[in-house]
Design a protein around this ligand. Sequence first.
Ligand code: NAP
Length: 316
Amino acid sequence: MATKKIVTVFGATGAQGGGLVRAICADPNSEFTARAVTRDPNSDKARELAKLGAEVVYGDLGNAESVHKALEGAYGAFFVTFFWAHYSPEQEKAEAALFAKAAKEAGIKHAIWSTLEDTRELVPLDDDRMPTINEIYKVPHFDAKGESNKEFTEAEVPTTFFHCSFYWDNFIFFGAGPKKGQDGKLALTLPIGDSKMAGIATEDIGKCAYGIFKNPKQYVDKYVGVAGEHLTGQKMAEALSKALGETVIYNKVTADVYRSFGFPGAVELGNMFQIYDEFEEKVNDLRDVKISRKLNPELQNFEQWLSRNAKRIPLD
Ligand SMILES: NC(=O)c1ccc[n+]([C@@H]2O[C@H](COP(=O)([O-])OP(=O)(O)OC[C@H]3O[C@@H](n4cnc5c(N)ncnc54)[C@H](OP(=O)(O)O)[C@@H]3O)[C@@H](O)[C@H]2O)c1
């Protein structure tokens, strides 16, 4: 049997990378084998990946040598940064530069860089329809990733520029789900007007990335977005109502109201949702459901995701 090609996966115990490691390990005929990078190879999550057949290695983005080492001998690599762990776009940019440099040095044949749009190309900094953040960003966790695309092109790393959609799992883990108002009714509060927002089940992200690794000729040097379905706030509320057996109202607030909520990241997320709303067509065209299903035939729509996950959504 030919030796399998190693794909090094950063964020392997997390949402995006975890799905990719599981997708590779679940395919007995895969031409690839997964190398899962974690800061703690002894954690329960890391051990679970090892049990599935992944090679688990230590790596920390704060330790450049460990990033280089994790890529040694690899054919491919999945690169993702972790904005919500530190809220620093500067840190994301430095990590992306490290990824690109290390990928070049290791001779990576196919990288997937989990990026997002540089929203300043849509809303320049002097456009006051939304506030500028830290003087040089509109949506820092998007802009830092988009700005970093050039690291991969300039280093001439064969790269797929991978764009994820809003995780439906944010309704479980990120406090984004329906909440009971003072009237006791459940409301899904989002500032996306009547626009459709691209969403995805996190487990499907890695499965789509696996489809990209299987078709390098088609996807290297391309911008690829993935989504399970594009839905309005009203449609999401209706699907949630059905799945939860309790009415959920779509509480359509303005981006200004959302930004005023005051939780950490409220201004940034208000800007992000405003982009989803005002640039609906552009954002959703990139996140094509048909292409996502071609990459991952098991792709779930929102109703299917809810049938498996609605009970896990905290409602208080
Ligand atoms: N939430 C959304 O809707 C959404 C949509 C599109 C894009 N995104 C982007 O997705 C990115 C996060 O990806 P994710 O959701 O897959 O992350 P995640 O689920 O939070 O997983 C992060 C994993 O990465 C590892 N990690 C954290 N810091 C690390 C470091 N310094 N060095 C090495 N590994 C580290 C951790 O594993 P160990 O503890 O095992 O090391 C953790 O399990 C963010 O940048 C965000 O902007 C999110």
